[in-house]
Design a protein around this ligand. Sequence first.
Ligand SMILES: [Zn+2]
Length: 249
Amino acid sequence: MKGIPVADRWFRSERLDDGVRLIWEHHLSPDVHCNIWFIEGRDRNLMFDSGMGVRSLKQELAFLSEKPVVCVAGHSHFDHMGGHWEFEERVGHAAEADIMAAPTCDNTLAADYIEPHHFSALPHDGFTCDSYRLKPAPLTRLVDEGDVIDLGDRVFRVLHVPGHSPGSIALLEEATGLLLSSDCLYDGNLLDELWHSNIPDYLESMARLKELNVRTVRPGHYDSFGKDRLKDLADDYIAGHRKPGCPND
Ligand SMILES: [Zn+2]
């Protein structure tokens, strides 16, 4: 990766409405960097997903140290959980607890998806794709369908939405209709043929998601969208897996 400069700042953040911030690794191509969602609460703040973990989030973003942070993993792929090790409270689903505790480039997909052309700058001197490693980030709280993450004045309900991966979770704030969806739903090519993907599970998750009372989806990649687009994306996915000869399934 000779000739690629070292980044001065690695992260960018933007304050959106409803006390939500978007954080992203802006020297990574849009195909690879995930959306890290940060929600301000009265007693605690919430971070949903954490990026690749190649630079310290806390060192670069002072607001992450203002209050305790509940760091939730929407799932255990490298681009979503690489930074979890920095946070004391790490929350996720039991189905991916083993990966969070012992992440490798294979079990987190890094080996398949990190390539030099994804980087417009390097996170540090000497960085190479081959030398990338993930730090263990054992979960300190296991959550499942219906569990609650309470920030004091904001409450998020856990939805278990497997398919992309077995422990994929989304968080729904019922009071505002805000859905944090990680990789179970984004406006792009959805991945359902990974080593631990399951298409029947994905179909069930999509059928559930489209019935939710949602106002804004904050996804794991690409732009946010509303309820109508959620429904279209879910319907498209379901239609794409309809068996030939059964058009009304
Ligand atoms: Zn993923």
